[in-house]
Design a binder for this molecule. Structure first.
Ligand SMILES: *[C@@H]1O[C@H](CO)[C@@H](O)[C@H](O)[C@H]1NC(C)=O
Length: 207
């Protein structure tokens, strides 16, 4: 019985175990004209729902017109890296943004992807308008230096339709490509841990 309890406990712990205490990121081949010097998210693990503080230092020495963003997300488990599908525009998805403006964020807000992304899309739009020298209404968007320090974004809770995104460790491969030339502008590898504030252990043995 004791062993069984320990096993169940370990199972729950395995789910809630936090691997990353800071965002693990690397540049996997961004265009030389795009230099990403810092990305940080605190707290790490990210707690959902809750605020995060985002730091982003990027210098783009090129104009940007229509881009395609692709995300490849995997959940790291003790057995394997489980690919996360694209569900309700969240997960391993491809997004398009054509200038002028930020129609991608406008759509995210208007359609409220997964019932949670309207708030986040609006916050990101506001964040980008606070960046000096970044003119997102110009087309193409001229070269800019983005220096965001500890910007607070309030992240929503994970809705049940995205239960794939339970707490755990995630690895993401993010690329942004110029749609007209097909040239890769940004390539990032990210690894992070997500925790949920409520019901940290949702397995059938944990209730
Ligand atoms: C941004 O670009 C638009 C379109 O080119 C232009 O009309 C506007 O004046 C620019 N804004 C700033 C702050 O430079």
């Amino acid at each position: 019985m004791f062993l069984f309890t320990v096993a169940v406990f370990a199972l729950c712990l395995g789910v809630t175990h936090a691997s990353y205490s800071q965002l693990d990121w690397s540049d996997c081949g961004s265009d030389p004209r795009v230099s990403i010097t810092k990305i940080d998210v605190s707290p790490m693990p990210i707690v959902l729902p809750g605020p995060i503080h985002l730091t982003l230092q990027v210098k783009a020495d090129l104009s940007i017109s229509d881009i395609q963003i692709h995300m490849d997300v995997k959940r790291h488990t003790f057995l394997l890296d489980l690919p996360i599908p694209c569900l309700f525009h969240v997960g391993s998805c491809t997004y398009e943004n054509s200038c002028p403006g930020l129609p991608l964020l406008d759509t995210m807000v208007a359609e409220d992807w997964a019932g949670i992304m309207a708030g986040l899309g609006g916050q990101i739009r506001t964040m980008l308008t606070t960046v000096p020298g970044l003119n997102t209404t110009a087309c193409p968007v001229p070269p800019a230096t983005i220096n965001i320090q500890q910007y607070t974004l309030n992240l929503p809770p994970v809705p049940s339709i995205l239960s794939f995104f339970a707490e755990g460790d995630y690895k993401a491969h993010v690329t942004a490509t110029d749609k007209s030339t097909g040239q890769q502008l940004i390539c990032l590898k990210l690894a992070l841990t997500i925790k949920e504030k409520e019901e940290p252990c949702t397995g059938i043995f944990c209730g």
